[in-house]
Design a protein around this ligand. Structure first.
Ligand code: DC
Length: 232
């Protein structure tokens, strides 16, 4: 077994590929973005977002010790759901308000430290697929396979718009596009662990690839990397 780190821009299909890889290989899948989203939801629910939208950083940092995040496998959905203080928050974190807030909250060093400690604890074992923004560079720098995902921004926006529409969430393509541009900028320009391609990551541009084609390509990479590991 190896470890697989997947990083990339928002709405690139990272979690679709990560989930498919984990299912096929029998690996554990950890969606680190969901952890930042859960902290964003906590901040919103506990009054750490000021009426003007800014974050009460001090209040949130002081509350971090009472915030517990974990994953539990759900037989209903066939995936691991993220739990915040014992309650599944999956249905409340998959929207643009939380995505935008998560991107800003992820810039707070103390928040990153807390979540990264959890992520490193999980990555300690082999047979883990983890996706996010700093997995190949910070969390699993020794992962045997690192994938950096990218796709044409217009295609990404359209995919996410269709996804939100199918889930019954009211939005416009324009709004989805603006949210994506802002998040891409913030995630790549922040001071704390910005999104970067690890020097040894393989680039997967999925603008013209179906989910099955991406899975096939990634499984080929897994096979090659596993062989290299076995030969050492
Ligand atoms: O992958 P996502 O869209 O669910 O992530 C939400 C936000 O969380 C993203 O805009 C940046 C932040 N994030 C991060 O800083 N580091 C990670 N490893 C994962 C997500």
């Amino acid at each position: 077994m190896i470890n697989i780190a997947i990083d990339g821009y928002s709405s690139c299909g990272k979690s679709t590929l990560a989930k498919a890889l984990a299912r096929t290989l029998g690996y554990i899948y950890i969606d680190t973005g969901a952890m930042y989203r859960a902290v964003a939801l906590y901040a919103l629910d506990h009054g750490f977002i000021h009426p003007d939208g800014t974050i009460d950083q001090e209040g949130l940092i002081n509350a971090l010790p009472s915030l517990h995040i974990d994953f539990k496998y759900s037989n209903d959905t066939g995936r691991s759901d993220v739990f915040l203080n014992g309650v599944s928050v999956e249905s409340r974190i998959r929207n643009m308000q939380i995505a935008e807030l998560a991107s800003r909250i992820s810039q707070i060093r103390a928040v990153r430290n807390k979540l990264q400690q959890l992520q490193r604890g999980i990555a300690h074992k082999k047979g883990v697929v983890m996706d996010g923004r700093d997995i190949g560079t910070v969390i699993m720098p020794d992962a045997e396979l690192k994938i950096f995902m990218t796709a044409d921004p217009e295609i990404r926006a359209l995919r996410r718009y269709e996804e939100l529409k199918a889930a019954g969430k009211e939005t416009s393509l324009e709004e989805v596009r603006n949210n994506q541009v802002k998040r891409d900028y913030e995630d790549t320009h922040r001071a704390e662990d910005p999104l970067r391609k690890a020097s040894d990551a393989l680039v997967l541009d999925n603008s013209a690839l179906s989910p099955d084609e991406q899975l096939k390509l990634a499984l080929d990479w897994v096979k090659k990397k596993s062989k290299q590991v076995a030969e050492v």
